[in-house]
Ligand binder design. Structure first.
Ligand code: NAP
Length: 249
């Protein structure tokens, strides 16, 4: 119940799916949590059901000034940060033949520029011995049609995490990535696809997973707890798949 007692955690994309499940688990484990999201009303809604010490901050990760504001608010409220979880992301699919500049910019601004610039802002305010976590994806290892730009964005994030692991080594800060497989979150409803197409896509994914099903946000949250905790004190620079084995076959 107190794995993260008095630790300060900042989580982006915290109003939904993996980020929200992690915020709930961190709070349960005694952390002080800064939940960041781009939609005020969504943050207000989830805040109603949360217990523990937390604040919500409206911040669009694609906007550098919002990232500065997020880190300042976290620092002003709770002091230095122990756990920075860069989790916000989008995954709109488009076949390569239909890629537009707007599609590319949306995905890269949110999935790459956002976490990189937030990390830059946060670094001076992260305690030595702290932890930085990224949500990447198993799309770094497998090719799924229509997810070209999304996969490229997660690959970029993975590469960035390797360099960061080295750059912060003198401060004892551990940097790790979580690579979810298909996880049952609202992200699939935000892809701009008709419901029946999403359903079919889901069935297809589930069939490919050795465990035969989608994962849950809570299963990914447990991994985010493990990697942020002392139980993972010698785990650094890795990407940990939470995918029922999909990436391994
Ligand atoms: P989700 O429920 O849609 O959560 C994504 C979160 O990111 C939401 O809170 C979303 O806010 C937020 N977000 C998106 N754009 C943002 C922006 N510009 N500024 C701030 N917040 C923003 O989906 P999820 O599945 O939990 O996704 C979390 C992470 O897991 C993502 O990085 C995703 O790529 C990764 N992932 C998911 C899966 C999967 O199968 N679910 C698999 C591999 C990787 P809104 O609610 O306003 O959209």
């Amino acid at each position: 119940m107190n794995t993260l007692q008095n630790k300060v955690a900042v989580i982006t994309g915290a109003n939904s799916g993996i980020g929200l499940a992690t915020a709930k688990l961190y709070l349960k484990e005694g952390a002080k949590v800064v939940l960041a999201g781009r939609r005020k009303e969504a943050l207000e809604e989830v805040a109603k059901d949360l217990d523990g010490e937390f604040i919500t901050v409206v911040a669009d990760v694609a906007k550098p000034s919002d990232n500065i504001d997020l880190i300042q608010k976290a620092k002003n409220t709770y002091g230095n940060i122990d756990i920075l979880f860069l989790n916000a992301g989008v995954a709109p699919p488009t076949p390569t033949t239909d890629i537009t500049e707007a599609h590319y910019d949306e995905i890269f601004n949110i999935n790459v520029k956002g976490p990189i610039l937030t990390t830059k802002e946060a670094l001076p305010h992260i305690n030595d011995g702290g932890t930085i976590l990224f949500t990447s994806s198993i799309v770094n290892q497998k090719g799924f049609d229509g997810l070209g730009v999304y996969s490229a964005s997660k690959g970029a994030l993975r590469s960035f995490a390797r360099v960061l692991t080295s750059e912060v080594k003198s401060r004892g800060i551990r940097v790790n990535s979580i690579a979810p497989g298909p996880i049952n979150t609202p992200i699939y409803g935000k892809m701009g696809l008709p419901e029946d197409v999403v359903e079919e896509m889901g069935k297809g994914f589930a069939q490919q997973v050795p465990l035969g099903r989608f994962g849950t946000s809570e299963e990914v949250a447990k991994t985010a707890l493990f990697l942020a905790s002392d139980a993972a004190s010698y785990i650094n620079g890795i990407e940990l798949e939470v995918d029922g084995g999909l990436s391994q076959i």
